[in-house]
Design a protein around this ligand. Structure first.
Ligand code: V47
Ligand code: SF4
Length: 369
């Protein structure tokens, strides 16, 4: 037994803590017990062990901006505050030229990535979206294009009459560099039916990411939590991701996304508190022992919670972003016009006791600040 944990009275928890300190993978039932029984300080300590193994004392960020091409969406996920049907007065849709104008606004700025994600527009296939990527790359070849959730990809590829593999190959040819983690929501099939019935299945989400990894397109993964799921559902979700990552190694980061309640049809549920957020970051860090990075998406959590999360397993603060993202402000996030300067993001990281490192989209360090 590891002496470090002799003060833990609960025998099962002590054994799990010993496993984590000894670099032994924990089982699903261990993860469940951590969610149910471990106190916040123990979770912080254990997540810190795994965090240090992967990322030492570093905390990463990048210089990026978002484009949300449209909020028109063929689906109607119950937690979503953002989508509007075609014709609705609150719907928007940018043309290719308008999106290129957004890219050009950053011409003289030190950004390395554009993150493109939006609703599932009824009318466009992969060639429409691929040619947008091509135009962006022609304008700024070194800009990393992280684009389209698996749900958008499923629709645009199917609409073009391609298989997932052929479609992803074509998009890679157009210049797609990586895939963001959206659309995973919660993998449990019964819950998925209740909160986002029409959306691509969990199996398909996993297949799209597996295929992308096989084609050399890395990706992220998310989990929407704090709604009707239980800890069992969260562990099931994390376990499916850990299994796929064992197979492919293609995931860069895991991003827990806290359900935000404003302006959607699940508002009656309310929101979980910050303690639950920190517990969830910590268990995710411990359970996903094969994921190099855990990201706090600060436009959703708020800056101070993101800062706190660094002591609960998180090592990545996403990016400086700009005020072009609406998916969370429409769901009631505190950050209405999300943007942080490099100085601000570095200050948050340093104040929490970590070393800020600017990274590129694949986590190669660019500069220690
Ligand atoms: O899939 C929608 C979520 C996701 C709400 O890969 C909501 O780096 C909370 O995937 N409350 C899209 N969440 C955003 C996304 C993402 C964000 C940041 C970084 C990365 C990355 C990916 O937003 C959707 C859905 O899970 N979402 N509505 C809501 N009310
Ligand atoms: Fe559409 Fe995405 Fe909103 Fe679901 S979460 S309704 S797929 S925009």
């Amino acid at each position: 037994m590891n002496n470090l944990f002799k003060h833990i009275n609960d025998n099962d928890l002590r054994l799990i803590a010993d496993k984590i300190a000894g670099n032994i993978r924990i089982a699903p039932e261990d993860g469940l017990l951590l969610y149910k029984k471990a106190d916040l300080s123990l979770l912080g300590l254990l997540a810190g062990i795994v965090r240090r193994k992967h990322n030492d004392n570093f905390a990463y960020f990048n210089h990026n901006f978002h484009i949300e091409p449209t909020n028109k969406c063929i689906y109607n996920c119950r937690f979503c505050s953002y989508h509007k049907p075609e014709g609705d007065t609150e719907s928007w849709e940018y043309s290719h030229d308008e999106m290129l104008e957004i890219v050009k606004r950053f011409d003289n700025k030190n950004v390395t990535e554009v993150h493109i994600v939006g609703g599932v527009h009824p009318s466009y296939d992969l060639h429409y979206w691929g040619s947008l990527i091509k135009k962006i790359k022609e304008h700024r070849p070194a800009l990393h294009v992280k684009a389209f959730s698996a749900i958008e990809l499923d629709y645009m590829i199917t609409r073009a009459g391609c298989t997932i593999e052929a479609g992803l190959k074509l998009l890679k040819g157009y210049g797609l560099d990586s895939i963001p983690g959206g659309g995973a929501e919660i993998f449990d099939e019964d819950l998925r039916k209740m909160i986002c019935d029409e959306k691509s299945s969990s199996e398909l989400w996993l297949t799209i990411h597996e295929t992308a990894h096989r084609l050399g397109i890395p990706s992220n993964a998310t989990m929407l939590y704090g709604h009707i799921e239980t800890y069992i559902h969260r562990i099931d979700h994390l376990d499916r991701l850990r299994t796929l990552q064992d197979k492919t190694g293609g995931f860069n980061a895991f991003i827990p996304l806290k359900y935000k309640k404003s302006n959607n049809s699940m508002s009656y549920l309310g929101e979980v508190n910050i303690t639950e957020d920190l517990r969830n970051y910590a268990v995710s860090r411990i359970y996903l022992d094969n994921f190099p990075h855990i990201k706090a998406y600060w436009p959703m959590t708020g800056k101070e919670s993101a800062q706190l999360s660094l002591s609960f397993g998180v090592d990545d603060m996403d990016g400086t972003i700009d005020d072009t993202t609406r998916v969370y402000s429409m769901a009631g996030s505190k950050e209405e016009n999300p943007a942080m300067t490099t100085e601000e993001i570095c200050k948050l990281i340093r104040e929490a006791g970590y070393i800020p490192v600017e990274r590129d989209s694949l986590y190669y360090p660019i500069k220690e600040w």
